[in-house]
Design a protein around this ligand. Structure first.
Ligand SMILES: Nc1ncnc2c1ncn2[C@@H]1O[C@H](COP(=O)(O)OP(=O)(O)OP(=O)(O)O)[C@@H](O)[C@H]1O
Length: 283
């Protein structure tokens, strides 16, 4: 595998360049068994350390594309590779991917700690080592001391934090997130966005994130893929080139407003390309 030869800095994080792509999607398309063509051939590369967001009108295939990236949903045609190889590559030294869905999907009868430890238990990680990783992950998401509680004792935002801790406990290189904060109130969502960015910045982590929110996409991403529907396809790609920190000041800055306006225009275009029938994306 090619080694890191140089690095560039974005959002205060050093992103190595000239490394093998984390995911390469090559002319991958999806037609479901009922004949519905959900995705036209898509070409997309996720570079190491990127925070890539998929946005677009409802039904444009964001979850379908993300599903293919998790390898849970096979492409009908075309090819995907992970770290330059087949999906088995993710199981080879140090390469792990984790998925976070909109619903926290916690086992209601099990403690927070047991929930967060599930993938490690399934992978047969020795208990003391698993415990250590879970405690560290819970602390990272601000839930130190909550390990003994049950999911129903936590708020919606805290349950999502458990879901993220469960993903982090696997020490992933790649995090695939399908509208993880879509069901949360705006205040909680902003807080989780900021915390997620912090986690992304401090680790060699690549993220693919699905959202309907323009604000969230601009705040989080290094690149935003705007998709159109009927059939699903990539309409445009916008670089969010903001070298400074992404914080509350950034949210209130003219640069943030300008990027939101640019993304809004791109979405409007994508919506027109989709026949203007669907909505689903909000500021
Ligand atoms: N198993 C399936 N069989 C047939 N059609 C499907 C299947 N799964 C998804 N679709 C259709 O494929 C299209 C893309 O779905 P997908 O969930 O990827 O869109 P999306 O952009 O994530 O939508 P949303 O923003 O509403 O979550 C939709 O029209 C959907 O109804």
């Amino acid at each position: 595998m090619p080694q890191t030869v140089a690095a560039t800095t974005i959002v205060g994080k050093e992103i190595p360049v000239k490394r093998v792509p984390v995911i390469e999607v090559k002319a991958a398309e999806k037609t479901f068994p009922n004949g519905f063509r959900a995705l036209e051939p898509v070409d997309l590369t996720l570079k190491p350390g990127e925070f890539l967001t998929l946005i677009g009108p409802s039904g444009c295939g964001k979850s379908t594309l993300l599903g293919m990236m998790t390898n849970l949903l096979p492409a009908s045609k075309g090819k995907l590779s992970w770290w330059g190889g087949g999906f088995e590559q993710t199981g080879t030294p140090g390469k792990t991917l984790s998925i976070v869905f909109q619903d926290a999907t916690l086992m209601p009868w099990a403690t927070i700690e047991t929930n967060a430890r599930l993938p490690l238990d399934l992978a047969g990680v020795p208990r003391p080592q698993a415990q250590e990783r879970v405690q560290a992950a819970l602390a990272k998401v601000g839930l130190a001391g909550f390990g003994g509680q049950l999911p129903r004792q936590l708020s919606g935002g805290m349950r999502m934090r458990v879901s993220i801790a469960r993903a982090l406990a696997t020490e992933p290189d790649l995090l695939l997130m399908d509208e993880p904060f879509g069901a949360l109130d705006e205040f909680t969502r902003n807080k989780l966005d900021a915390d997620l960015l912090e986690l992304w910045r401090e680790r060699d982590l690549s993220i693919v994130f699905v959202t309907h929110s323009i604000y969230e996409a601009v705040f989080l991403s290094t690149r935003v893929v705007v998709m159109a529907a009927r059939p699903g396809r990539i309409s445009s790609i916008i670089d969010i080139d903001v070298p400074g920190p992404r914080d509350e000041e950034f949210r209130g800055s003219p640069r943030f407003a300008a990027l939101c306006a640019e993304l809004s225009r791109a979405l409007h275009l994508a919506s027109e390309e989709s026949g203007n029938v669907s909505g689903g994306t909000k500021p």
